[in-house]
Design a protein around this ligand. Sequence first.
Ligand SMILES: [Cu+2]
Length: 558
Amino acid sequence: MIRRQKTLPFAGLCVLAACSSDDGGEDIERLRTPTEVVSQNGELRTTFTVSDATVQVAGRSFRTIAYNNTFMPPLLRVKPGDTIYLNLNNQTGEPTNEHYHGLNVSPRVNPDATVSDNILIQAEPGTQVNYKIEIPPWHRPGLYWYHAHLHGLAEHQVMGGLSGGLIVEGLLDPFPQLAGIEERVLLLKDVQITAQGTLPDDIDPGGDTHRTINGQTLPTIELREHELQLWRFANIGADMYYRLVFDGHTFYELARDGNPHTRLVEMKEILLPPGARSEVFVRGGAPGEYELRTLDVDTGPVGDDYKAAKLASVVVSPSSGRAELPLPEELPAMEDLRTLPLARRRTITFDENTNNNTFFVDSGAGPLQFDPNRVDSTIPVGTIEEWTVNNATAEFHVFHIHQTDFQVIEINGKPQEFVGYQDSINVPFQATDSDPPGSVKLLIDFRNPDIVGKFVYHCHILEHEDGGMMAIAEVVNPAGAELDDLGTVFGRRDLRKSPIPFDRNLLTNTLSAFQAGTMCKTQPPARNSGTPRTKATTSFTVERIGTQTAPPKGRRGN
Ligand SMILES: [Cu+2]
């Protein structure tokens, strides 16, 4: 179903025609909401065909791979309790897959051979994967996103366009007095385009880029004096940071990463690392034209310098004369995880070798590059854990964990007030070799039984993730300790509630797909050696599900 496009009448946009874009965009245009696909009767059904495509970005032709031939694919809208049936049909010459970023859902393969939010499965060229994502009825409302998450190709595929928005409805339900206020989805997606109209072979995250909102360059956003609007920002690009400001205005953040806050957080600027979302109220100031901008972000001595840039014009028109809607004073309570028993403390360290651009996570067994066949952290379901995430490098990294959320309790040793949860956090860099590493302390919630299985935590700067800065978490069910690998993949709960007969062949094929593949050689970081800026080499041998492939392998030890 395609939703209506809501626009405010506004005369005078033509006077803005003097605005020019150093990105090459020429047309002044209103911000558009992406095409929407909305769930019906508890189900959202759609097909994404991934194919070679020529799309228009910033007034240029860009040859890339895209979902359904569009740089900005549909915004998916679901309600808590809904099921997403997404058929990913891969018509390109390279493998791909789909991650449903931020959703608290199963990471497994379903008993009917559909796939839940499992990034260890991929669609080979010419094949498809049928995703079935069951969103629990208690799921927190907010802005999420989906994107390709194939180790070694994630940066290229996401920057090329394989990312879009996803909303779990209900964020404003606690505030009936705000029903019907204007809601703007602002999906920030940057892309580098060569003179030949393609992505660079070797993306330098700090290279010249086109910044778009909902795929548009320098759109115009309309707002009235005193009007309250909900702006929903998501950074759905590959590597870039944003530091958002709206000149002359204040943001009142009510949710982060799809997690409602316990109180509004007043902000003049929003730091939005790759993958993060921020949902804010804004109120129109005096009539006039303003800029929505991103400020300069320097990610550290060996990092990238993202230059300040205008992202949109905001035109505030005179008040409609209607009564001003007050900001909500009370937000629903959330559980402060500090009040719960702690099962375990861990230290996770991000490390890197800047000489050959290789990236590592130390989960307690030394600095290692990603290996899909190794479990780096085993976690009993039903627990809260405290993770100290260290950054032993001279640039920012972004800690993100799949399937769940966390509470940030300290940043560089400084206690943090509890205002809600998030799924991504910037980890400060180590200032000098003699300083302690940059550090964040998190309480991570592993209580949801739906998340039993294997999933990943990683740096969400996708260059770093592709270069090895990712690790596997396995949430296990101690009561199911006798389960073999099949049970671990599928989860005892699902086997019990499965409405279809147990199919051993299906399970075996899926398991072999799950186990196959040596994606990254594990090697320790060798500082000050190697050649500069060489991509980690990667091969892909994980098979799609549903085909007869390699014989099933035996049980692995952890
Ligand atoms: Cu990183």
